[in-house]
Ligand binder design. Sequence first.
Ligand code: DX5
Ligand code: ZN
Length: 230
Amino acid sequence: MSFDRSVKIAPSILSADFANFGKECEAIEAQGADWVHVDVMDGHFVPNITFGPATCAAIRPHIKGVMDVHLMIAPVDPFIDAFAQAGADVITAHVEAGPHIHRTVQAIKATGVKAGVALNPGTPAQAVEYLLDMVDLICVMTVNPGFGGQKFIHSQVDKIRQLRAMIGDRPIHIEIDGGVDPTTAPLVARAGADVLVAGSAVFRGGSVIDPSSYGANIRAIREAAQGTYV
Ligand code: DX5
Ligand code: ZN
């Protein structure tokens, strides 16, 4: 995984057909996805349950590129090795998920996997200030985590701007998760984001039988984001 700040579209399989994860991953990559975003929820840290490391391991062979695992679970630390062994390229933990996020980032890095930290909408940018020399990715939640299809929270754009300034020249991705579509993509790209997660805005109108809408949806988000660059 080399580092660059170009816009990357990361479809969230939370909006995919759960009975067809392997084929859905193949379809979104064939239709232009850069990363595959995998939302792990525990019904405790967030009010929804998805799946765990066994499912991640099962879909791994169906993903050629980056498998980006977003852990919405508490506790995190007892499960890091299992997600690393499942083949994650990036493991992101929430700063709100426990009292020892620094230790959690150390534990992710110790597995050799890239480490991300996620911030809920109510958490300030400063919460990651002392992690900047350790992390590979900061995920700014632009909805409260738990469900796809929620409305983008505009107050978070200022947080993205703050983080971009705090990061400086460090090779850290800024990822945006929640309510990203062709309308909101330019706002976050202009503020400094490079990885755009999108669930409902990618999967709408398509299926594994006819995934052409996935491609059109991915292109629309990418072009909207890139249109901000002059
Ligand atoms: C929300 C998840 C997101 C979600 C985004 O808790 O972390 O990845 O799938 O879905 P949309 O793009 O539909 O807001
Ligand atoms: Zn996510």
